[in-house]
Design a binder for this molecule. Structure first.
Ligand code: NAD
Ligand code: UDP
Ligand code: UDP
Length: 317
């Protein structure tokens, strides 16, 4: 029997970069939050400020194994997200996406919980369509070094839609585009954290290729707002739905923006482009605007400032 009206929300991967922001947001809104993480790429430090909250529970668990808990909503974020992390143990990466999805979907089926999937713009691969709309099926190499992540996430989407069609599970699939902000890992090789850390340390800023490839960068708080709106939307809104910032920059422009903000002596140096690195990426967010009334608010300038502030303190600690 329930003795509280608080919603019980499980967040897998809750001790990661995005998960920790989501835990914070959902606690602030008066929910009970169960954070499930095996600390593969996340850390207890990311949620240390929450552990004394009586409505927060931290569980060490690997989602590739079954889990029996009673919850009302599930956000499935468990999966290493940066190439360095997901390529370290690629078999485990696919298992996390696929076995993890089966287990959390089984849990949602049994409990009737609504379930959100953190999918990715990587399902579009190296796209021939620009910007990417949800109706685009993608161009993914099935046997390359990024495939464990891309194909794992694609298979997870398949599982979400089949559990929805076959078992009427209430699904919410978000395709997340590059996101940045405080609590990114300093060493995970992602471009925003790399450039900021390099600039703060006065080291060379490493541009892969000629820096003409593009990405669009969404600030974490904006993205989390999109997650919460998608979860709160009516059952008919299943996604997939792009969440990201549609303002596109070249990687060289990003490097110059970081350098201007941080100042210092760093030089831009050019390194080889990794295999299968997408040439360009920008979300079409018309669906999120129409179905969720959502669009990003934080411009790159303001978001970079907050992120630089975080890394300054992090590097001093
Ligand atoms: P992250 O690596 O910081 O967080 C992932 C979390 O999942 C970590 O805490 C990690 O320890 C945990 N985890 C990994 N394998 C697990 C397992 N088997 N069992 C339990 N926990 C496990 O990455 P993030 O940037 O916070 O990404 C969160 C989610 O959003 C991921 O699913 C990622 O694919 C997706 N996403 C992120 C971005 C982005 O730009 N940050 C873009 C697209 C999609
Ligand atoms: N599962 C889980 N927690 C639950 C319910 C199911 O971890 O509360 C796992 C279960 O171990 C199973 C998977 O989810 O392997 C898929 O569940 P489903 O009911 O779809 O499949 P079945 O149990 O029939 O194989
Ligand atoms: N990148 C770069 N220098 C770095 C790290 C990344 O030029 O130090 C490039 C990378 O090759 C890619 C882009 O920045 O073209 C974004 O890389 P990230 O790993 O952050 O995200 P993803 O490739 O998954 O979009």
């Amino acid at each position: 029997m329930r003795i509280t009206n608080r919603k019980r929300v499980m967040i897998t991967g809750g001790a990661g970069f995005l998960g920790s922001h989501l835990c914070e947001r959902l606690l602030n809104e008066g929910n009970d939050v169960l954070c499930v993480d095996n600390f593969y790429s996340g850390t207890k430090d990311n949620v240390a400020h929450l552990v004394n909250n009586p409505h927060f529970e931290l569980m060490r668990h690997d989602v590739t194994f079954p889990l029996y808990v009673e919850v009302d909503e599930i956000y499935n974020l468990a999966c290493p997200a940066s190439p360095i992390h997901y390529q370290r143990d690629p078999v485990q990466t696919t298992k996390t996406s696929v076995h993890g999805a089966i287990n959390v979907l089984g849990l949602a089926k049994r409990t009737g919980a609504r379930i959100f999937q953190a999918s990715t713009s990587e399902v579009y691969g190296d796209p021939e369509v620009h910007p990417q709309e949800e109706s685009y099926w993608g161009r993914v190499n099935p046997i390359g070094i990024r495939s464990c992540y891309d194909e794992g996430k694609r298979c997870a989407e398949t599982l979400f839609f089949d559990y929805h069609r076959q078992h009427r599970v209430k699904i919410k699939v978000a395709r997340i585009f590059n996101t940045y902000g405080p609590r990114m890992h300093p060493n995970d090789g992602r471009v925003v954290s790399n450039f900021i850390v390099q600039a703060l340390r006065g080291e060379d800023i490493t541009i892969y290729g000629d820096g003409s490839q593009t990405r669009s960068f969404c600030y974490a708080d904006d993205l989390i707002e999109g997650f919460v709106r998608l979860m709160a939307s009516s059952d008919s809104v299943t996604g997939p739905i792009n969440l990201g910032n549609p303002v596109e920059f070249t990687i060289k422009e990003l490097a110059e923006a970081v350098l201007t903000k941080v100042g210092g002596r760093s030089r831009l140096v050019f390194k080889p482009l990794p295999q299968d690195d997408p040439r360009q990426r920008r979300p079409d967010i018309a669906r999120a605007q129409a179905e969720l009334g959502w669009e990003p608010r934080v411009q790159l300038d303001a978001g970079l400032e907050k992120t630089i502030h975080y890394f300054k303190q992090f590097l001093q600690s």
